[in-house]
Design a binder for this molecule. Structure first.
Ligand SMILES: [Fe+2]
Length: 269
């Protein structure tokens, strides 16, 4: 990694001056409304409708058999009341993250795309594992996967005006790895996300299970992330016999795992 960028990044982080991404406005309001005392499908629909891309994606989920729905509705309000407010909130967050990771053309965009593609794959893997084996809410797992590497976004943004050869250096993204947990923590604090999601972005590289008896979103996503990242047969076997795998109750992957994962990935790509 280019040492000048690296040094400036360390300095910027230590002075708490890293510029953090804003959460998309319509999604933010929809989340607030869905959480408030007066939450209703109508109120949430009103906020989501302000963002046509977001509206289209919520409707697409509500009409998709892939997620167990097939409501065949063109009404946002109807879609939301059938999907449920809690689930709508999770979906809105997922799609807002996709918007934030929408890559522009060029070297900078290529870095964002790498993070986005990896996040979608981990999200899909986490979702499918919870559908078939892990006793954990699959929608929460999906959101966790989408979110886990969000810390890379402000780091890549920081280097945006660097020359292309710096951004295209294959060592550039791996060089940011040491900072992405810390940066993710800053982002989630800024967005006021829940402590369990903060624990996920800061600790998803750790392969030991969390101490609590309950399965956590960090347990699930750490496992899915390792599964996506592993390169060898040996590391695959090690992972499936680890303490984390035992806690999650996964000892082998079903034969249709890869197909199902690609199906979910295509939905978000
Ligand atoms: Fe990561």
């Amino acid at each position: 990694m280019n040492h000048t960028v690296f040094n400036r990044l360390v300095e910027t982080l230590s002075q708490n001056r890293l510029v953090l991404p804003a959460f998309p406005q319509a999604a933010l309001r929809a989340r607030e409304v869905a959480t408030s005392d007066q939450a209703s499908a109508i109120a949430v629909a009103r906020e989501i409708a302000k963002d046509p891309a977001l509206s289209a994606r919520i409707l697409k989920v509500a009409n998709s058999s892939l997620f167990g729905f097939s409501f065949n509705t063109g009404s946002l309000q109807q879609a939301i009341s059938r999907v449920g407010l809690e689930h709508t909130k999770t979906l809105v967050t997922n799609f807002a993250l996709m918007q934030l990771m929408n890559p522009p053309k060029g070297a900078y965009g290529d870095l964002i795309r790498q993070v986005r593609d990896h996040s979608i794959e981990v999200a899909a893997q986490a979702y499918v594992l919870c559908e078939s084996q892990i006793d954990f809410n699959a929608n929460k797992a999906l959101l966790g996967g989408m979110l886990h590497d969000v810390g890379y976004l402000p780091l890549i943004q920081f280097a945006r005006s660097e020359p292309d050869e710096v951004l295209r250096d294959p060592e550039f993204l791996p060089g940011l790895k040491a900072f992405h947990g810390q940066a993710g923590n800053l982002v989630l604090m800024y967005w006021q996300f829940s402590p369990e999601l903060v624990a996920l972005v800061t600790g998803h590289e750790r392969l030991e299970p969390d101490e609590s008896d309950q399965i956590t979103v960090r347990d699930v996503v750490a496992f899915a992330n390792a599964l996506v990242n592993e390169q060898t047969e040996e590391s695959h076997t090690l992972l499936l016999t680890s303490a984390l795998a035992r806690k999650l109750g996964v000892s082998e992957l079903p034969s249709d795992n890869a197909d199902r994962v690609s199906e979910v990935m295509r939905f978000f790509a």
